[in-house]
Design a protein around this ligand. Sequence first.
Ligand code: C5P
Length: 308
Amino acid sequence: MITVRVPAKVNVQLGVGGLRADGFHDLANVFFAVGLFDEVTATPAEGVMLSCTGPDAAAVPLDDSNLAARAARLLAAHHGLAEPGVHLHIAKAIPVAGGMAGGSADGAAALVACDALWGLATPFETLLELAAELGSDVPFALLGGVALGRGRGEILDALPVAGTFHWVFAVADGGLSTPAVFRECDRLREEAGTGSSEADVPTPDADPALLAALASGDPVALAAALTNDLQAPALSLRPSLADTLRAGTEAGAIGALVSGSGPTCAFLAKDAESAAAVAAALRASGTCRTAHATHGPVPGAEVSAPRP
Ligand code: C5P
């Protein structure tokens, strides 16, 4: 039995370029791995089987559309294994359809877990390539830490970061569809008259002030530099998120933004004590389902030591 622990992400910068001919958008995407984890346990089985536990388990598809199942089959096909056999159990703590790449995390964890279970010793570079085939956010869940994602987010460069940052995540009731939020981004750009194609929208770039804040470990500077081009579209589809963002800011968060395509809201706190207070205030505010205080950056998907 192999258990892999894999983190959620928040995007501290999500710059969205124009709509490409392939239906994706070029990004300047600064991924940041945080201490909210799913665990994927692989055990020998006939065929590829899935199960899931956790507060959102009912919303997790257990068919072949699940990225964990697709990851197992992709890895097996890459190695020419005709009949892959694995039972993957997902202990889910990352919000489902929450803008924290929880499904992508499970895909990355399944790659690492099946690789270990089947004794394949696939090179990390190859796992990254397979991950990119599964989805734009899957490679980062393997890498962890903090990284700049270019292209559709899958071309990664690790970024230097000093110290630990303290975060709070306010989990909404119900998810948002990532493609729907990107479509709303395009629609708002058309409505504003700026256009939404690659020719209309300048290619986004990483913000030097944000990179400096990460490298120096300065939470106040990072808070000032947080940006997400998907925030306006997420708020357009879910206006109540403005109340959540306000509640966290009023409770003392130094920075607030929608996480990825939402609807989870992310708050930066000045220290661990302040993060705990912001999380408690958010839980009491009635503007979210629950709130978690945590920290980052943390490593990407890794095999956990067996429990005693
Ligand atoms: O890569 P992934 O399957 O996670 O992407 C889900 C959807 O999100 C894509 O089909 C696309 O609609 C949208 N997307 C995008 N541009 C990106 C990443 C995702 O438009 N860079």
